[in-house]
Design a binder for this molecule. Structure first.
Ligand SMILES: Cc1cc2nc3c(=O)[nH]c(=O)nc-3n(C[C@H](O)[C@H](O)[C@H](O)COP(=O)(O)O)c2cc1C
Length: 184
């Protein structure tokens, strides 16, 4: 199973990139997390939607090749970062060629703050509804006080958060299989 992973941050020390890499290390054998880095993805320009720049074309191809998409979103001003919305916009166009269409999806997020990206995650749910993805509703994983959750190697430290992330991964695999069986 090939799951595309997109972290909505360009920051080198991003907690959300760290979550994505931690997920990649925690998935069982046979599951590939294909991480797409948003670095180098230009701002969306509708004039170019039929002739997208290489990085946007690559994003669309990798979304199409994936059986599911995992989003790790930071929270910027109570919403998703522009770079993540930008990627979703590229993937959704041109009209009739929405790469996200009917893909199973899941959302995770980490913040140094107290609310663990909750507000951004609910905005992201609305956006993903707009592009007609099938977003898993539970478990919700909203990682607050993110710095405390990683060891120096970037692994999630043992504890409630790591247990929840492992449960989240199992649920996403089950969720994805459900749609494959039904061929929706
Ligand atoms: C423009 C901006 C807005 C932010 N707004 C919020 C916010 O609304 N809620 C929150 O919990 N953290 C907010 N933060 C702090 C981010 O959660 C923090 O920078 C986090 O590390 C970003 O995710 P990353 O580590 O994956 O890059 C904001 C940061 C920036 C740069």
């Amino acid at each position: 199973m090939n799951i595309l992973g997109i972290a909505g941050s360009l920051r080198q020390g991003s907690y959300n990139k760290a979550v994505m890499h931690a997920v990649k290390r925690l998935v069982p054998p046979g599951i590939e997390i294909d991480i797409f880095d948003l670095e180098g993805l230009p701002p969306f320009n509708q004039d170019l939607e039929h002739t997208p720049p290489a990085r946007a074309a690559e994003l669309k191809a990798r979304v199409r090749a994936a059986e599911a998409v995992l989003f790790a979103t930071p929270e910027y001003n109570y919403s998703v970062p522009g770079v993540l919305k930008n990627a979703i916009d590229w993937g959704s166009r041109p009209y009739g060629e929405n790469s996200w269409l009917r893909k199973p999806a899941a959302i995770i997020g980490a913040s140094p703050g107290r609310f663990g990206t909750a507000r951004a995650q609910y905005h992201l749910r609305q956006i993903l509804h707009g592009v007609n993805m099938y977003v898993m509703s539970r478990p919700e994983v909203m990682i607050s006080d993110a710095a405390a959750e990683f060891d120096p190697e970037g692994n999630l430290v043992d504890g409630k958060t790591k247990d929840l992330v492992e449960k989240f991964i199992r649920s996403l695999i089950q969720w994805t299989l459900l749609f494959e069986e039904k061929r929706l």
